[in-house]
Every structure is written in C-alpha cells, then in structure tokens.
Design a binder for this molecule. Structure first.
Ligand code: NAD
Ligand code: FES
Length: 372
C-alpha cells in the first residue's frame, strides 16, 4: 500500500468504491496497455455484497503501481445522491448542490467527481466548485453541452443521482503561495473559484482575472468578490466596459508590478496556452487544469492523456493540474479535435462505441469533458 501514490491510496480506501481491496491481478502483473505513462491492467466486474463493482484500473510505471481502484458502479436502490438545489446561473450554465457527505469531508480544490444520472447513463467528470463538509454537500457548476449535461440541467431539487464518485484527481498544490493570480476562462471560472477561495482564506493575496464572451455570461462575481483581493472581469465584446482577453489583464498586472509567485489558469486550452506563454518569461510558477475527454477517470482507458514535457500523463490520475510551462497545448488541441466527432455522435444519440486512436470508451461511455 505504501508504494501506491496518494490518490491511489485514496481510491482504495476512500468513498469512491469502498468495496474492498483490488484483486491480486490489480496489485501486480500489468498485462496490457502501453502509454508512455505506464501500463494498464485489465478490468473485471465483480458482485460485491449487493453492489455491482468494476475493478477500474491498475496503472504502473517502472513496475510501481500508480493506480488501482474499485469504483462502485451501481449501489443499492436507496443509496443515491439527492439533489438539494438547482439554479440557472445564465442561459447555459447551471449550479447544483448534491448531498454526498463522505466526499464533502475529503474533497479539495482541483479535484473532481464522476457522476451518473441513472443506471443507463454515461459517467461524466465534473470538477467541484464548492463543498460544505458540515452540511455534507458538494456544489457543481456545469454547462449543458452534451447529452448528459442537458439531462442533468433538467433535473430538480428532490431528484437524485445514481452515482457520485470521488474525490478523483489530485488537489491543486496551493500551500506556500503568498501572491497568486487565479484565472478563469468562461466556465473554467467555476473550477478556479475553490482555489481562489482556499488561497484567500489562507492569507494569500489573490487577484482573480476572469474572461467571458459578454457580460451576460459572467459567473460568480459576488462569490469571487468575497474571496479575492482584486477581481478583474474581461469580456471579449467589451459589454461590461472592460474589453479584452484575460491574458491582457494578466500582462497589465505583471507590468504594474504584481509580484506573483503562483498563477493558476482554468479555461479553454488556447487560453491556458497563452497564460503560460505570458508567465514563462518571468519564471512565475503556473499551473493549468487540463480537461481532455475522460472515460473511466481512473487511469485505465488512456483517453485523458496529456503530453507534459516528453511524457504522456493521465489527467485523471496524474493531474488534472500540470505545470503550464511543460504542457504541450498544441498536442492537447489536436487530441481534442480528434474526439470531436465521437462527442457529437454521442450528443445526437448515434453509435459512439469506437473512438479515434484505438481508445475504446469503457465503463460508461463518458463523452463529456471534465467541466466544472
Ligand atoms: P470562451 O471561449 O468564451 O473563453 C473564455 C475566455 O478565455 C475568453 O473570454 C478570453 O478571456 C479567454 N480566452 C479565450 N481564447 C483566448 C486566447 N486565445 N488568448 C487568451 N485568452 C483567451 O470560453 P467558454 O465558451 O465559456 O468555454 C469554456 C471553455 O472552457 C471550453 O473550451 C471548455 O472546454 C473549457 N473548460 C475547461 C476546463 C478545464 O478544466 N480546463 C473546465 C471547464 C471548461
Ligand atoms: Fe481514462 Fe484518464 S485514463 S479518463
């Protein structure tokens, strides 16, 4: 167990599955897969005391087990996740509060959950926007862009979700920052918010720069106001009186002498690419939150590979945050385009049982990207 990385230990002992230790096959003898991030173990289904579980993954690098998990796939009929609040933040974006006390106790900024509406549904990753450990709730914010998020946006308080598994991924490394700039592009703002809140609540000076196409799409203005030293909202069309991209505001703050020791960016890949390019000449530590297509969320399917330096890593178990000065954003954008037809097929209800590049959509056919 000690050889397992922290997120893997969490998966084995945490609330994701909570249905037992991995099989002997999962603990060793990797038998297939050849991504440069490591080899991946086969999966198997097991009945576990009424719960139908999937042995999700064992991922190894240089013989060291990186990832292994039982993910509870179907729980008892009464063991569901009630939706407590639903609120439309703008015509495209919904905020939802879900009761999930075990996850609420453990989840940290930057981590995500995988949810499934019902037994027939696909599993989709969504990053936590907020949590209340005392109330036992997790807040998610999502854009209705795919088949599942469109259905999710139609659900009401009092409905329940079949699966809500997590926390998944690694928390963002925030300790020690004194002067940070948190950047959110569009919906990415909802993911960037918990980082800004954590930093601000821990005594860090925090600038939050957000960017939207127009003023009607602005998200979380009041919440960010309460948890930041300074908030700068940019719009592409200037409809809020502040025309420009987030990178222009960032450059201006750097020129004004903001001496950041940490920049975090969450948003479109192209935005994160240019944020990293802006901070690189100044040597400012910069993390970006990558959101490639995720299928199982456990390191097995390989769908979420991201090129970081000269190796491919998995956003779901190695990330989702990576050093922005090492990420190959052009490769990420190429991979994003590759999956586009698969995603639109799923949206339109067409066959999507094969995806490009030999990856196959295991474990629930998730066709939506990790969003907030
Ligand atoms: P958008 O396309 O409207 O962009 C939001 C902001 O990003 C813009 O207003 C602008 O300030 C900035 N931006 C865009 N292109 C830029 C460029 N070339 N240079 C500098 N800044 C730039 O975003 P949207 O329509 O709200 O879409 C949300 C996007 O965020 C989607 O692409 C989605 O995949 C992505 N997203 C990413 C994550 C993540 O974890 N990284 C999570 C949720 C959503
Ligand atoms: Fe499948 Fe990451 S390896 S989602």
């Amino acid at each position: 167990m000690n050889r397992l990385r922290a997120p893997v230990r969490r998966l084995l002992t945490g609330p994701v599955g909570g249905v037992g230790r991995p099989s002997a096959a999962a603990r060793g003898n990797p038998s297939r897969g050849n991504s440069s991030a490591g080899r991946m173990e086969t999966r198997s289904k097991q009945r576990c005391g009424g719960a139908f579980a999937i042995l999700a993954a064992t991922s190894t690098r240089n013989g060291t087990v990186l990832g292994a998990a039982f993910v509870s796939e179907t729980r008892r009929a009464d063991d569901v996740y009630p939706i407590e609040q639903v609120e439309a933040l703008n015509p495209e974006v919904t905020r939802m509060v879900v009761r999930a006390p075990e996850i609420a106790k453990k989840i940290k900024p930057g981590q995500f959950i995988m949810l499934r509406i019902d037994e027939q549904g696909e599993r989709i990753p969504l990053t936590m926007n907020d949590c209340d450990p005392e109330a036992g709730t997790i807040t998610i914010i999502f854009q209705a862009v795919g088949a599942t998020t469109i259905r999710l946006a139609q659900m009401k308080a009092g409905d329940a979700l079949q699966d809500f598994a997590g926390p998944l991924g690694n928390p963002t490394e925030l300790e020690g920052a004194k002067r940070a700039c948190v950047i959110g592009g569009g919906l990415g703002t909802a993911i960037a918010f918990p980082q800004a809140k954590w930093l601000y609540d821990h005594g860090c000076e925090v600038d939050v720069i957000t960017g939207f196409r127009n003023k009607d799409l602005v998200l979380l203005e009041d919440e960010i106001d309460r948890h930041s030293t300074r908030q700068i909202i940019m719009t592409d069309d200037g409809s809020n009186g502040n025309k420009g991209l987030v990178t222009q505001a960032l450059q201006q703050r750097i020129d004004e002498g903001a001496d950041y020791d940490l920049v975090l960016a969450v948003g479109p890949v192209i935005m994160m690419k240019f944020v990293a390019a802006t901070t690189k000449p100044y040597g400012i530590k910069t993390y970006v939150s990558m959101n490639p297509l995720m299928i199982d969320g456990t390191g097995m399917c390989g769908g979420c590979r991201v090129k970081v330096g000269d190796e491919y890593l998995h956003a779901c178990v190695d990330g989702p945050d990576f050093d922005g000065h090492l990420v190959d954003f052009d490769d990420a954008m190429r991979r994003g385009v590759m999956y586009r037809s698969f995603e639109s097929a799923a949206r339109e209800g067409r066959d999507c049982t094969s995806v490009p590049n030999g990856d196959s959509p295991h474990l629930g056919h998730s066709t939506e990207r990790k969003g907030a």
